[in-house]
Design a protein around this ligand. Sequence first.
Ligand SMILES: C[S@@+](CC[C@H](N)C(=O)[O-])C[C@H]1O[C@@H](n2cnc3c(N)ncnc32)[C@H](O)[C@@H]1O
Length: 288
Amino acid sequence: MSDNPFIHTPVLLQESIELLNVKPDGIYIDCTLGGGGHTEAILKGLGTGGLVLGLDADKEAIEAAQKKLSQHKNITYINDNFADLKKYITEPVDGFLFDLGVSSHQIDTASRGFSIREDGPLDMRLGQEQKLSAKDIVNNFSQEALTEIFFQFGEERFSRRVAKKIIIERESTEIATTQKLKEIIEQAIPTWKKRESVTRIFQALRIAVNNELTSLKTALLDAIELLKPGGRIVVISYHSLEDRIIKHTFRQANLNILTKKPITASEPETALNPRSESAKLRAAEKLS
Ligand SMILES: C[S@@+](CC[C@H](N)C(=O)[O-])C[C@H]1O[C@@H](n2cnc3c(N)ncnc32)[C@H](O)[C@@H]1O
C-alpha cells in the first residue's frame, strides 16, 4: 500500500494532456485537483515561466496534492468551488481542465458518505464548510422535492416509490447512514435492478448536495470567457447529465470543437481502472 491514499490512475491522462496542448510558459487551471495526477502531468510540460492553479472544493484533496507535488514550485493551490473561478482568475489563461465528480479517495473514505459499499454518515459534501448534507435532504425535504431530485438528477424511474418509502421510514427514526438509505431504496424497488437504482439515487443526492450541475454550467461559461484566443478547455465527465451540459455549452460558445465525438477510455485503461468506464472527454479551443 502507498503512503498517499490519493494515488490512483488519473482517467484519460494522456488524451487530456495532449488535448490541453501544454506550452512551457503557459498558465493552466486544474479545476478539479483531486489527488493531483493530471496536474502532475501538466507540471511536467511546464518550464520555469509556466504556472498551474490547482483548485478543489475539498480541503483534504488540497492537502494530499500539496504533499504529493511538494517538489514543484510553479503551482498555486486554491480551496474553493470551481463555480467561483472568477474570484481568482482575472487575466486570460492558456487552458482549463475539469475531471468531474468525486475522486476514488473520496469514494473509498466511508466517513465522507459517498460509498454504496461501506457504511458511513449520510454526508456527501465535497467541501467541508458546506452546510447542506445528504442527511438534511433525506430527512427534511418533502416527498415531492425528493421525487424531483431522484428523477431529475438520477433519472430514476422509481423515484416516487423511493421518496414515499423514505417519508414513511423517517417518521420513526432519522435516516443517518448510507447503509440505512441503501436498505430503504432496495425495499422500495421491485425485485430487479436494485443495484442500479441505489447507484442512481446516490448520484442524485450527491448532485443535489453539491449543486453540481449549476456549478458546472457557471464554471464552463466562466472558463470559456477566461481563455486566451487559441486556449483550450478539456472536460472529463462521468454521467450523461454532465456530458449534455458540456456538449451544449461548447456548441453555444462558438468554439473550435476538438472532439467531434467524446473520447472514451481504451480497454486496457478500463481493465486497470473501472472508474474510467463511464468517462467521456470533450475538448475545445477558443477561436483566435
Ligand atoms: C475525479 S476527481 C479529480 C482527480 C484528479 N484529476 C487527479 O488526477 O487526481 C474530482 C475532484 O474534483 C473535486 N470537485 C468536484 N466538483 C468540484 C467543484 N464544483 N469545485 C471544486 N472541486 C470540485 C472533487 O472534490 C475531487 O477532488
